[in-house]
Write a protein that binds this ligand. Sequence first.
Ligand SMILES: C[S@@+](CC[C@H](N)C(=O)[O-])C[C@H]1O[C@@H](n2cnc3c(N)ncnc32)[C@H](O)[C@@H]1O
Length: 211
Amino acid sequence: MKNLIKILSFNTFIPFFYPALMLPLRSFRKKAINLLNFKAGDAVLVPGVGSGHDLSMIPDYVSVTGIDISDVMLGIGKVKMKVMGHEKHIKLLKMDAEDLKFDDGTFDRAILSLFLTVVFDPKQAFAEVVRVLKPGGQILVFDHLLRKGTIPCTISKPIDAVLSYSFASVTRTIDSIIEGQPVSIEEILPGDSVGFMKAFLLVKDKQPDQV
Ligand SMILES: C[S@@+](CC[C@H](N)C(=O)[O-])C[C@H]1O[C@@H](n2cnc3c(N)ncnc32)[C@H](O)[C@@H]1O
């Protein structure tokens, strides 16, 4: 129920203008994905994979599982992957990222692109990603998240009240989303001069007996 407007939006009007919105972000997205230290045979999770803008930038020597709640976004992604010949190492599934159907410690790396600002409960979705990641696994967050202590301008709050139910929130902070999770921020890459887009490289902490 909570995802109703979101599912409706991502299954109707958003897919029409989405590719145009993504075009200017292409080179920064590539730079961000390159922060990940991919190894042959890695299992990579992409929650909220959408129509697959990250997928062609991931090397074909890893196996990728992309999940999303929108049939239309997934459908576009599947067609794109088929046309580009990336089908063999990429699996796209319909699944709610807030309730992942994977065992603990399944994945080596995760890519969360423009997802934590969109998913209804980003803390729950992030906790799920951490759960299914192996200790020492990497998480790339490519998004317009704020840092703690940044006060969103007065206009962003009313805009957020409308946008967060259908498209994306503009007032979320990475710090509040990752709070309490066993992760460390390793690197932050600014995506533009005003600091709107950022890439955060995080690592799931190892327990003392796993070091
Ligand atoms: C802004 S798009 C980003 C798509 C892609 N990651 C990219 O960078 O272009 C956000 C995606 O998250 C999906 N989404 C939102 N809530 C979700 C949830 N609870 N579980 C899985 N996917 C979700 C939407 O359907 C949408 O495709």
